[in-house]
Write a protein that binds this ligand. Structure first.
Ligand SMILES: [Zn+2]
Length: 257
């Protein structure tokens, strides 16, 4: 007599094989992937969750989780933040999933969407990014948002993320960028950083300009004083009213550095 368990597993195996065939057929006919494997939640640490969009992304989700866990406490401490919030890292199953979740072009490896770091699938990331810098960069955006609210100018946010992620190798190239000379130039820079349709070259240039500005600001006032001033951005109506070492941010940017 056949064991019901065996019968069940045979049935399951048969059903799975049939499902795979039907999925492959649907995908080949419609080019729509409706049959993706379910996301996998990865064991992480306090304050960080990681999700692999498919089993193939599980190893990357573990790696990104470890990287974020190593940094999160020191960043929260550095920016004077209370613990208790959780960031989720979502490694997308494929590029279609990535575009859907964060609407960024292929040359952007990851993005912060609310409390979630969305990354490209690991196969795509191997070509374009250093994983540690990628995770740290997005983690800094999350930390800066918590410290400064949504009023933080993009150039300051992007500059800090690159500076803390050790992406300073572009600094020598950044010197070739013309620095903003007034508030209008800075607003234009922020517009470029937030644009979804900017080309790779122009976006890279905007990033380098942000890095150079922040690097100069840090040289002038020190990293600790700059970070300590960030919470002012939650209350001031104009970022230029933020004061660091007795000077307004506007004065420091256009006169002091
Ligand atoms: Zn960024």
């Amino acid at each position: 007599m056949e064991d019901p368990g065996t019968l069940l597993s045979r049935n399951t195996a048969w059903q799975v094989a049939l499902k795979k065939k039907i999925c492959a057929l649907i995908v080949s006919i419609t080019a729509v992937s409706v049959c993706r494997a379910a996301p996998v939640v990865v064991d992480c640490c306090a304050g960080v969750e990681a999700v692999a969009g498919s089993p193939a992304q599980e190893k990357a989700a573990h790696e990104f989780c470890k990287l974020a866990c190593l940094k999160i406490s020191s960043f929260e401490h550095l920016f004077g933040l209370q613990r208790g919030r959780t960031i989720t890292i979502h490694v997308c199953s494929d590029m279609r999933d990535f575009y859907k979740r964060c609407k960024r072009p292929w040359f952007v490896g990851a993005a912060l969407v609310d409390d979630e770091i969305v990354t490209q699938p690991v196969r795509s990331l191997r070509k374009i990014e250093n994983h540690e810098a990628l995770v740290t960069h997005e983690l800094v955006h999350w930390i800066v948002r918590r410290a400064a609210g949504r009023g933080c100018p993009r150039w300051l946010d992007e500059g800090l993320a690159q500076w803390l992620a050790g992406q300073k190798s572009g600094l020598s190239a950044a010197h070739a960028c013309s620095l903003p000379r007034n508030g209008e130039d800075l607003r234009r820079l922020d517009g470029k950083l937030g644009a979804r349709d900017l080309g790779r070259k122009d976006l890279k240039r905007a990033y380098l300009t942000s890095l150079l500005l922040v690097d100069r600001l840090i040289s002038a006032v020190g990293f600790i004083k700059l970070v300590a001033a960030l919470p002012q951005l939650k209350t001031v109506s104009d970022p230029w009213q933020v004061r660091i070492v007795g000077k307004s941010l506007g004065k420091l940017i256009f006169e002091g550095i």
